[in-house]
Structures are given as C-alpha cells and as structure tokens.
Design a protein around this ligand. Sequence first.
Ligand code: GRF
Length: 231
Amino acid sequence: MAAEPARLVVLISGRGSNLQAIQAAIEAGRLPARIAAVVSDRPQAAGLNHAARHGLDTVMIEPARFPDRSAFERALMTAIDGFDPRFIVLAGFMRVLGRELVQHYLGRMLNIHPSLLPRHRGLHTHRRVLDAGEHEHGASVHFVTPDLDAGPVISQARVAVRPGDTADALAERLLPLEHLLYPATLALLLKHRVELHHDSTHLDDTPLRQPLLLDRDLGRDGGLLDAGHGR
Ligand code: GRF
C-alpha cells in the first residue's frame, strides 16, 4: 500500500499565492504532501477562497476573540495539532508567534520571507532594499525560531534589482520565484534531507554553510543539483 502523503498545515493572513503554489505543486505531483488544513487569523484573507475552491479544510482563529495572546496561541496550537501535520507552513501569516508555540513546532515550522536573510528581517523589505541601494534582492525559506525572521535559512532565490525599480515592481518580480522556492524546499524537507539540528540547518546530516540557491543548488522539484549545494 502506498504511504499516505505527509500532512501540511498552511497558515495565511492574506492573498495566499504561496498557498496556491504549494497546492499546484502537489497537484502536479512535485510535492508528495497533502494540505490537511489552511488556518487563517483574518476572515477576509483572500487565500481562504482558494482553499474553499480546492475543498481544503479551513480554520479561522481570530485573535480578537481571545482574551490575550497566549489564549489565542493555545487555540492555534490545538487547531494545528488536531491535524497532526508533519510541517507547519507559514505563507504570508502576518503575526509574530510566541516562544512557547514556536518551541512546540521547532524544526517543523517554516516561513518564507521576502529578503535575502539575514538582510532585512521584518516588514517593507522591497522598499528597504531600494533605499539601501542594493543590487540584489530575493526570498528565503527558513526554520521558524523564537526570534523574528532569524531562524536558520534553508534556501533562497535571488532577483536582480533593475534601474528604476519600485518596491511594487520588485515584489512582483520576486513573487514567481517564491512560488518555485517554497514547494521545492518543502519537497527537499519531505525527503528528510534537510533538518534543523542545534540551531543550524543540516543537509544530509552536515551543517549547511550557505543557503541552497534555487536553480543552482536546488532543483524546482526539490532535487539537489550537482554544483556542491552549499556544503
Ligand atoms: C510573500 O511575499 C511572502 O514572502 C511574505 O508574505 C507574502 C505572502 O504572499 N511572507 P501570499 O499571501 O503568499 O500571496
């Protein structure tokens, strides 16, 4: 009997284009997983419509309905754990999560951040890249640890900054790369080749010295390309 695909729980707050890309990769057979549930903290999150169209279970956990952050996060954990996911995938989830929750999922919770971490943690990354006069921008997939956007990076995709770029233009050019990077990275994680060990990303049980770069080290289907892949 074929093994059951790994369960993912995807957390969103908005548009949900990364959610859609992950779902599309699953449907195309590039990601041996199943989205067990989409959890949102915002009822107006557009990604919920996508989830509904695809018949995915959705769960709404609105912070305003809880007396404090810790009650909200307990409810979030209970909801997530109810689906027994292998990985918890933050995809535009616009909330800083507390230490207890993050520790509970350490090594199993991932995020995609629109910058070449460790540069530009936090918000408004596209604007900040332009303001700093940088020539290169990108996105990073990383393990979530208690410090915001500071968890060990697994993979990155890069995009060149062009003369006259605006923050919107940069964001628009980066997004399709995010949509390739996240499913490819998840595919690699599902193969057990990448793991979090002692605060660093390990590839095949060896610490990763630099993030895997999409299309140089990491293939779009989550295979490793043979250029030394960051080790
Ligand atoms: C993406 O740019 C992602 O890097 C960041 O939030 C945005 C989410 O977009 N974390 P979407 O909701 O997946 O379309």
